[in-house]
Design a protein around this ligand. Structure first.
Ligand SMILES: Cc1cc2nc3c(=O)[nH]c(=O)nc-3n(C[C@H](O)[C@H](O)[C@H](O)COP(=O)(O)OP(=O)(O)OC[C@H]3O[C@@H](n4cnc5c(N)ncnc54)[C@H](O)[C@@H]3O)c2cc1C
Length: 430
């Protein structure tokens, strides 16, 4: 069995000062990106991460547009030299067995950025954090932020738990990159769940699964089950390991008294194309579960604080958009926070100025996710009727969601709306 927990290395034990320009909560992709770029601008930055690094994390499949942020961070040569499987395409399988032709990302843009990677996140996230340390960021692991301190409405720093004790650290700006635990968003009551995407996921790692050959070997495969009640991801990793996860409406995935394994097996029964791939495979990790992870924050920033990555919003895993958005948001927040610090204006209005443009890009992923879950909607039929929108579709699949005009595709799609999984309360009689 692969161990999901890693030994406590204690490597990131940098001395902590009383005061920083910026304190970042969380050392995932968003935290590593925002801190690296701010340090490159010359700011004094502290990252506080509650777990150890490396640490296990779901989310192994990158999309091509990650290239540009990774390039800015100087990490493309390391990725090229790595043994991570190269990902050239994504392939969809409908009704449990109907395989469509893969979407090759370079069909519109034959640039090296059209190829990306399938990464183990423990390793990948450590690479990002090591890069942050090399650029001058102080990183402290096993450092859980207990609270963001405020004077009136203005954030003034954090209170952090270090071993048995805790202490205050002051900051001009606190950047919350705490992932889907969404530290400030939850504490300030800003979380808005997506009622149409109340999903749950069961996943594990397998060895010895059937892999495609050549250019297709590293492709992500998205396999819908027979009646589209759920779908599987199939993400080939290094050393013959494949990450396989199954997602469906929350109540369907986690019925009372059932185990994650039973749900996985139940759905596998309804997906012959995946059964074929798993015929000679053995599971090499326990099952994990996660649920109700699609949400956004009503606010992106306040005086002295700003949200970034999953701590601001997350939309369903089907198009593997999470790490890309965490990196992109990290870059945007870093550039903007630098400008705000130089101007001496760290008001909520100034720190959150990027919100609307960013949210528009995220909406393009969200609408494509809605189309995926809408009963009766078929991407194959849509493309046959509207071949002119192929480049829009590929743009969103690679992550070019901030490109002008890319959202035009949704006018042609018409009414895309997945059914809600929410159990409405019984109407009360007056
Ligand atoms: C089922 C599922 C499958 C997914 N699959 C993919 C995929 O294939 N590809 C993809 O790109 N994305 C995927 N994602 C999304 C992806 O994992 C996230 O979007 C990404 O990790 C976000 O990065 P982040 O830096 O914002 O947060 P995280 O990577 O979650 O990092 C947040 C960090 O903050 C730390 N932290 C939290 N609270 C505190 C605190 N109080 N004090 C100190 N530290 C704290 C945490 O320990 C963590 O290390 C998936 C998500 C889900 C739910």
């Amino acid at each position: 069995m692969i161990q999901a927990a890693f030994s406590e290395t204690g490597e990131y034990s940098g001395e902590i000062n009383d005061q920083y320009d910026v304190v970042v909560i969380g050392g995932g992709p968003a935290g590593a990106t925002v801190s690296t770029i701010l340090a490159e601008y010359g700011h004094d930055v502290l990252v506080l991460e509650r777990s150890t690094i490396p640490r296990f994390h779901v989310g192994e499949s990158l999309i091509p547009e990650t290239y540009w942020v990774l390039d800015r961070l100087g990490l493309v040569p390391q990725l090229k030299a790595s043994a991570y499987p190269k990902k050239f395409s994504v392939q969809f399988v409908s009704d449990g067995w109907k395989e469509s032709a893969p979407f090759y990302f370079d069909m519109m843009n034959p640039h090296e950025s059209s190829q990306t990677w399938q990464v183990e996140r423990a390793d990948f996230d450590k690479m990002l954090i090591d890069n942050a340390v090399a650029k001058g960021v102080t990183v402290r692991t096993q450092a859980q932020v207990l609270e963001v301190t405020f004077e009136g409405d203005r954030a003034t720093g954090v209170r952090v738990k270090l071993g048995a004790s805790s202490r205050n650290v002051a900051a001009k700006v606190v950047v919350d990159c705490s992932g889907n635990s969404a530290f400030l968003c939850n504490r300030l009551g800003l979380r808005v769940g997506d009622p149409l995407l109340q999903k749950g996921t069961v996943w594990s790692y397998f060895k010895g699964a059937l892999r495609d050959e050549g250019r297709d070997e590293g492709a992500t495969i998205i396999l819908q089950t027979e009646d589209k009640k759920s779908w599987f991801w199939y993400i080939p990793l290094r050393d013959d390991v494949v990450s396989i996860g199954c997602t469906g409406n929350m109540q369907y995935m986690f019925p009372k008294g059932s185990s994650p394994e039973a749900t996985f097996e139940r759905e596998l029964e309804r997906c012959p194309a995946l059964q074929k791939r798993l015929e000679n495979a053995t599971r090499c990790m326990d099952f994990f579960t996660t649920r109700d992870y699609s949400y956004r924050s009503k606010q992106a920033a306040g005086d002295g604080w700003v949200l970034c990555g999953d701590a601001f919003s997350f939309v369903d895993p089907v198009y593997s958009s999470g790490v890309f958005l965490a990196l992109k948001c990290g870059e945007i927040v870093a550039d903007n926070t630098h400008a705000a610090l130089v101007e001496g204006d760290t008001s909520g209005e100034r720190l959150g100025i990027w919100r609307d443009d960013y949210a528009k890009g995220v909406e393009n992923f969200r609408k494509l996710v809605y189309a995926f879950y809408t009963p009766g909607f078929s991407f194959g039929d849509f493309m046959r009727e509207h071949p002119g929108y192929k480049d829009h579709l590929v743009d969103i699949l690679i992550g070019a969601v901030f490109k002008p005009g890319v959202s035009d595709i949704f006018e042609a799609m018409g009414d895309i709306r997945p059914p809600s999984d929410r159990v409405e309360p019984e109407p009360t009689t007056a």
